[in-house]
Ligand binder design. Structure first.
Ligand SMILES: NC(=O)C1=CN([C@@H]2O[C@H](COP(=O)(O)OP(=O)(O)OC[C@H]3O[C@@H](n4cnc5c(N)ncnc54)[C@H](OP(=O)(O)O)[C@@H]3O)[C@@H](O)[C@H]2O)[C@H](O)CC1
Ligand code: K
Length: 233
């Protein structure tokens, strides 16, 4: 069962209205899920350096939260955040990282040359059209690198319904890991790597309304691994 971009937006709105959640709470749990997925696929023994690519919207916010948790786990995150939002929430998330001495860098390809893992938190379910500046070079670098990439909610540059662009930047971008938040989006049809579901905040009633199952999270886990297309393993 997948969630269209429209349904995912509606679900988010519903959680924040009738569900009584704040965006900070949802983002904290989303980012915590991402950090746990990274911990599973890339234990610190594989190399502590994690480059987090942060976009201008909420997908980027999830990345900022994940970077903070990863730092607390003992990783050495570095953040690439070229289009900073003036929104107070993002400013606080960035300040929290600065207080942990997490470096912010301007040159993504250069940072990529000295990292062990990448978190792609550039675009999520509100992405559409062709990738605009300054992101084409970033997508291209993630497409070309041998460093493993974990994408948050969607491989950035992919159409939420149609998957990878037919040509140009992103058309050959296939991240190693995907963390779908609340439920997979239709693009998972084109995804072949390790797949996790996170965002452990959905009530059974909401899942029912939007036509998906709450995943079987184990114990205190914030993520559950599923098949590439979202089926139970
Ligand atoms: N319930 C949940 O699952 C939650 C998920 N969360 C995360 O939120 C994102 C969706 O966040 P949203 O803010 O709606 O949008 P995105 O982050 O996906 O992207 C919006 C920004 O991207 C820019 N954009 C869009 N298209 C392009 C493009 N072609 N080129 C360049 N930039 C683009 C857009 O810019 P505009 O100029 O159009 O304004 C936006 O700035 C979801 O995927 C989850 O990761 C929440 O954290 C919590 C709940
Ligand atoms: K992403």
């Amino acid at each position: 069962q997948t969630l269209s971009a429209k349904a995912a937006t509606a679900l988010d709105k519903e959680l924040m209205s009738t569900g009584a959640f704040s965006i900070d709470q949802l983002m904290e749990l989303a980012g915590l899920s991402v950090s746990q997925a990274v911990y599973r696929v890339h234990p610190i023994s594989r190399g502590p350096r994690i480059l987090v690519a942060v976009g201008p919207g909420n997908n980027g916010g999830d990345g900022l939260v994940a970077a903070r948790h990863l730092r607390h786990y003992g990783y050495q995150p570095t953040v690439y955040y070229p289009k900073r939002s003036k929104n107070e929430l993002y400013q606080r998330l960035a300040k929290q990282l600065e207080d942990l001495h997490v470096p912010f860098v301007d040159d993504f390809p250069a940072a990529l040359a000295s990292t062990d893992h990448v978190v792609d938190a550039i675009f999520g379910f509100s992405f559409s059209g062709e990738v605009r500046e300054p992101f084409p070079a970033v997508i291209q670098a993630m497409q070309d690198t041998k460093v493993p990439v974990t994408s948050v909610d969607a491989p950035s540059s992919w159409n939420i319904k149609e998957g990878p662009p037919k040509s140009g930047v992103g058309s050959a971008f296939h991240p190693d890991v995907l963390v779908s938040l609340t439920a997979p989006k239709p693009l998972v049809k084109y995804f072949t790597g390790r797949h996790f579901i996170g965002g452990r905040f959905v009530t059974p009633a909401i899942a029912d309304k939007y036509g998906f199952d709450v995943p079987d999270y184990e114990g205190i886990d914030q993520v559950v691994e599923v098949g590439p297309n979202g089926h139970k393993l």
